[in-house]
Write a protein that binds this ligand. Sequence first.
Ligand SMILES: NC(=O)c1ccc[n+]([C@@H]2O[C@H](COP(=O)([O-])OP(=O)(O)OC[C@H]3O[C@@H](n4cnc5c(N)ncnc54)[C@H](OP(=O)(O)O)[C@@H]3O)[C@@H](O)[C@H]2O)c1
Length: 361
Amino acid sequence: MATHEGTWAYRDAHDDFARTFFRRFGDGVASSIGVGTYLGDPTDERDDAYHDAIRTALESGVNVVDTAINYRHQRSERVVGRALAEADIDRSAAVVATKGGFVPFDGERPDDPGAFVGREYVDTGLVDREDLVGGQHCIAPAFIDDQLDRSLDNLGLDTIDCYYVHNPETQLAQKDREQVYDQLEATFERLERRAAAGDIEHYGVATWDAFRVPADHDSYLSLPEVVERARAAGESAGNTATHFRAVQLPFNVFMADAFTVEAHEGPDGSQSALWFAHEAGLDVFTSASMMQGRLATEMPDGVEAKLSGETRTQRAINFARSAPGVTCSLVGTGSVEHARENVDAGRYEPLGADAFDAVFE
Ligand SMILES: NC(=O)c1ccc[n+]([C@@H]2O[C@H](COP(=O)([O-])OP(=O)(O)OC[C@H]3O[C@@H](n4cnc5c(N)ncnc54)[C@H](OP(=O)(O)O)[C@@H]3O)[C@@H](O)[C@H]2O)c1
């Protein structure tokens, strides 16, 4: 797993980045740019391209890799495992995150996805039909337990540094909010036990809508309530403190709601997700930091002029990682060329807090 010594030694070996490129994560440090592995076809060619991109990033200053068991039908997790094993970097230097919640296929999309899920997960008792939303999403404790084992295997790791429950708001299509919080708490308790056993170091929730929409939105989940459920889960599991540490949410120039929408009740009233997370001591990892590629070609002039970076992509990445409370901005990176450009974004200064605020005035 990532350790204090391993990540700090990595930072010292990569000391040619700009101020605040490495940021605290747990008792170690994480680069504020990370590699994501969501997009792309489930092909061997794309696997190889990801392998080379991840390896390049890991060997040149980025020590955060994010994946999920369902990405590219488990191919992304497996290629992350391969890249980690082959890269010239100590395991203790890398922060590896993955997620469970969407029922994964195995290498390719089956001809009959419904039959596959029924045969592999429902008939075997791993998923209760009642917990399966949209035929593909489940966050029940036994399922997540199973998925975590598979992820450890795919990644070839003894410990996952951060394990996310993936898009819990998907459950709101069939369950009410209280039921979702209850199920999260039960699953968090399971994850607390897996943390105590050394299978994960931290856990969190990765979301798409939940934390950036207003409180009256159908997909809304309250971050304070989720944090409270994690505290309770830690107590029930007999741990001295909760291992809930991170949230993942989309954040980029076009999707800045996590900074602008104040929907989470803090001690002094409603707060944005970023503000609440910061005050609660949580780490925020931004997804879709490039708006899934769109920002490579398009950005509002007024914002772009304020950002540092040689290329538009670098400026876009530097916007996301300038937001207050963000530990790391994840960028889907599927080629060596993109890996080099994206890592180099970290050689430019992020915006200071006042300059970031000014973007929104
Ligand atoms: N709900 C969730 O939990 C959730 C949702 C979405 C994403 N995520 C995580 O966040 C990560 C980042 O989000 P994302 O991958 O969806 O979107 P993204 O990072 O905003 O954009 C990725 C796209 O940008 C392209 N790109 C990257 N570097 C580039 C460069 N230097 N020049 C031009 N194009 C470039 C990539 O192409 P190439 O692939 O060809 O490099 C890819 O098409 C994901 O990979 C995933 O790990 C989580």
